[in-house]
Design a protein around this ligand. Structure first.
Ligand code: ZN
Length: 146
């Protein structure tokens, strides 16, 4: 099972959609309905199927799985939707993901660069070569409780 399927099986679409739409349970069918968040309406034609984990609007025709919903409602890309749902549900993302788009990869590389740079600066600051810098910083931190 790949990460997408794994995530999908541990996230309940009714809960996710329920954060945006007031859903009413339709008997014991596993179906819920509410006012569609994608078009203006007064009577609910938006339906969420808990058993099959998809949503469908009979008014404007939108529909899909939990990823599609998050992408559409929050304007996210697929990798972003994946990440959002993983974070919201406390599920760790795989480090190397086939879903990473160019932007996420670049962001990942930048985080890594900054993390390396931070380590270098901190090590230097704590070391003997950082004595002068530490003394300088003391000037600004003396009034603060440490
Ligand atoms: Zn609709």
């Amino acid at each position: 099972m790949d990460f997408k399927e794994q995530l999908k099986s541990s996230v309940d679409i009714v809960k996710v959609v329920g954060e945006y739409v007031r859903l009413r349970r339709m008997g014991s069918t596993g179906r819920y309905s509410g006012l569609c968040p994608f078009h203006q309406e007064k009577t609910p034609s938006f339906s969420v199927n808990q058993t099959r984990q998809f949503y469908k609007c009979f008014g404007c025709g939108v529909g899909g799985d939990v990823f599609k919903f998050v992408m559409e409602i929050d304007g996210l890309s697929f990798p972003e939707a994946l990440k959002y749902l993983a974070e919201r549900n406390g599920i760790p993302m795989p480090v190397r993901t086939e879903y990473a788009d160019a932007e996420s990869k670049l962001r990942g590389a930048l985080f890594k660069i900054h993390s390396i740079a931070t380590n270098v600066f901190q090590t230097n600051l704590r070391g003997t070569q950082g004595a002068e810098a530490r003394a300088y910083l003391e000037l600004f931190t003396t009034s603060r409780v440490r």
